[in-house]
Design a protein around this ligand. Sequence first.
Ligand SMILES: [Zn+2]
Length: 307
Amino acid sequence: MTTAYLTHPACEEHKLADDHPESPQRLEAIQNRLIAGQLMDFLRWREADSATLAQLNATHCPEYVASIFARAPEEGHVALDDETLMMPNTLEAALRASGAVVKAVDMVLQDEVNNAFCAVRPPGHHAEYDKAMGFCVFNNIAVGARHALDAYGLERIAIIDIDCHHGNGTESIFESDARVLYASSYQYPLFPYPDPGASHDNIVHMPLEKGAKGEEFRAAYKRDLFPALEAFKPQLIMISAGFDALAEDPMGQLRLKEEDIVWVTQHLLDIAERYCEGRMVSVLEGGYNTDATGRAVFSHLKVMTGL
Ligand SMILES: [Zn+2]
């Protein structure tokens, strides 16, 4: 199998406070692990383009997008909310992060590669239609999914969110669009404090209690997601790949191990192979223990490459 690895140097120039967990070192750790494990040699490395205004406006409220461009600071910082800051390099990083997913979708749907991973930051899954939230400015995976709907006319895209936090932004953007199945496993209760009961037919919630391990995680996927995914028959599978559900993570209290990441990746890849020729686009979200994130991305990509 051929796997693309999309990123951009600008994604490492978005720097928050020195001790902020959403740090450029996250991407460094991933790349170092891929190089050390000699997996990088097997990946088709591509630099991301910037998402276009039209692509952003197709997903987000155009007034919101315009306000992000208008507020981008030349020095210091601007607070979009309590925890989402824009620094001088944030806009460029956010444009490349969303652009990476658009390019990954193009590469996969044009059969240039079988699947793709986007090593990007800032993350995206908390960003709503007209609101930045939880370190996220643009909803990268939603921008990519919307591109797949609009440019390729896909009718069934599944987005599976394995981050420790519920992807409120992605859910809010697609909850009224039956062409997208959005499923999220997450620690509950925890930021962004979703209502695990509220649901549309195309939305799957898999809340997990603090301390939940791989056993509970796997049971939820077997019970709540895989049957829904088989019935949906996706034409493209996208993964909001957050690695903060790992036991080592400082921001969540789930207890997943690397082998659980391997397990879920393999199951999603099997479903992708059954229904959509293995087409899969995975996008980095959270994951704040840099070593654990690097190791987990390595394992995730090892499955995706078939090595
Ligand atoms: Zn998270």
